[in-house]
Design a protein around this ligand. Sequence first.
Ligand code: KIV
Length: 273
Amino acid sequence: MNHTPSQPPKPYTVPRIRELKGSERIAAITCYDASFARIIDQTPIQLVLVGDSAANVIYGLDTTLPIRIDEMVMHTRAVAAGLTRPLLVGDMPFLSYQPSAEIAITNAGRLLQAGAKAVKVEGGGAHIRGIITKLVEIGIPVMGHLGLTPQSVHRFGGFKLQGKKASDAERMLVEAKLLEQAGCFSLVLEKIPSKLAAKITSSVSIPTIGIGAGPSCDGQILVLYDLLGLDPAFKPRFVRRYAELAGIILDALARYASDVMAGNFPSDKESFS
Ligand code: KIV
């Protein structure tokens, strides 16, 4: 990190993230609360997404469809409280932007008022591009999202690899270019073949951020809890676990319970006279 104690680190803005393409790879991560945000803030990570994956990892749901804008606003506010340096992007949940540009503007505005500097929306069809154009027009930066867009899980029939068929791959490439034209400042590519991600990355001038999209993207993003190993049973191929926190937490809680039950906690030093 290029900062000294007397000089606060320069925050990552939308233009700064855009300019990283071709010069520096982007490390992005999801986050949902202030405690983790404070830790992330001390790392070189450049971009933090308050993902609607909160539906899965915070609320224990099978899909992202049930999470609502009110919940995303609260998580965004919490993360913003702990973050000073990475760019904070708020995810627009299902039905918070699809119905109309007016609804999208109102809800994106709520995420920005909660501390996000940009929002993310899924899909690349004409309807979504029209909404993106309106958001960008009034000054709300938008990150696009193509490939396995989880809000369309029922159309896909599961969390399946996308863009395998030549016609799907071609459509995705076209949509990526159109999303750039619509004003997106970056693009998440989720669960698509590496070759397609490489082709899209070299065809657009905005950074691509991959998850399950191979090594050629301009950056990578993972769900924080997957990277930290909070659910030992969840290990998709595209996740690399950098810690096994479930075991560490389990051990700490078991020792705490044992101390309480044996009358060893609290000690005199941990009590008041
Ligand atoms: O909601 C989320 O966490 C996401 C990332 C996986 C990109 O959309």
